[in-house]
Design a protein around this ligand. Structure first.
Ligand code: URA
Length: 189
């Protein structure tokens, strides 16, 4: 397919934000628009995240934003050119983990906010259940290896708000805002 030959393969999307950030947000992996822009959370999920941050009174400029997996994984449907997101495998998550841990160690945030199950399982372990521990104040199970011991909050991924049933979206958005507020309050504690 000519489209495939012309298009560069997906590239590494590095984290972005202040190296002095007191809160670090971790998503799953860059999407189509993040891959093209080379920056995390600039597509539809990023716009939803920006709205939720504004509602929670958290300035994105004071955050460091990154992903558990550093490349966009996608499938190409037979027709059309839109690349469809594919969930990363456990192997991909584990392979990218050293880079994520290095970011945590370099930025040393007071609070880590994990967006979605992939980010949560990358740092809290593969048996971690977001549904059981969403919105709690947690600690990394292996903070000693990371060299830094931030408070951790796991919440839903902004994409899950966008993908939910229209009648559930407002409630899902408010729940995300509530977790963002909770994480911001931990900074003050
Ligand atoms: N979804 C993510 O998890 N990360 C991004 O950067 C964009 C969408």
């Amino acid at each position: 397919m000519p489209w495939q030959r012309r298009r560069p393969p997906s590239s590494t999307v590095f984290g972005a934000g202040s190296a002095a950030a007191d809160m670090m947000l971790v998503g799953e992996q860059p999407g189509d628009q993040e891959d093209k822009a080379g920056a995390p959370f600039v597509g539809p999920a990023g716009r939803l995240l920006d709205k939720a941050l504004a509602a929670a009174d958290v300035e994105r400029e004071r955050l460091y934003v990154t992903n558990a997996v550093k490349h966009f994984k996608f499938t190409l449907p037979e027709r059309g050119q839109r690349r469809i997101h594919k969930t990363p495998s456990r192997t991909e998550v584990v392979s990218c983990r050293p880079w994520l841990l290095a970011e945590v160690d370099a930025v040393q945030p007071d609070v880590l906010l994990l967006l979605g199950a992939t980010a949560a399982q990358s740092l809290m372990g593969s048996t971690f259940r977001l549904t059981a521990h969403r919105g709690e104040a947690l600690r990394l199970p292996d903070a000693g290896d990371v060299g830094w011991d931030p408070q951790v909050v796991a919440t839903a991924h902004p994409s899950s708000v966008l993908r939910g049933r229209p009648e559930d979206r407002e409630k899902a958005f408010e729940a995300l805002v509530s977790d963002l507020r909770f994480a911001a309050r931990l900074l003050a504690s």
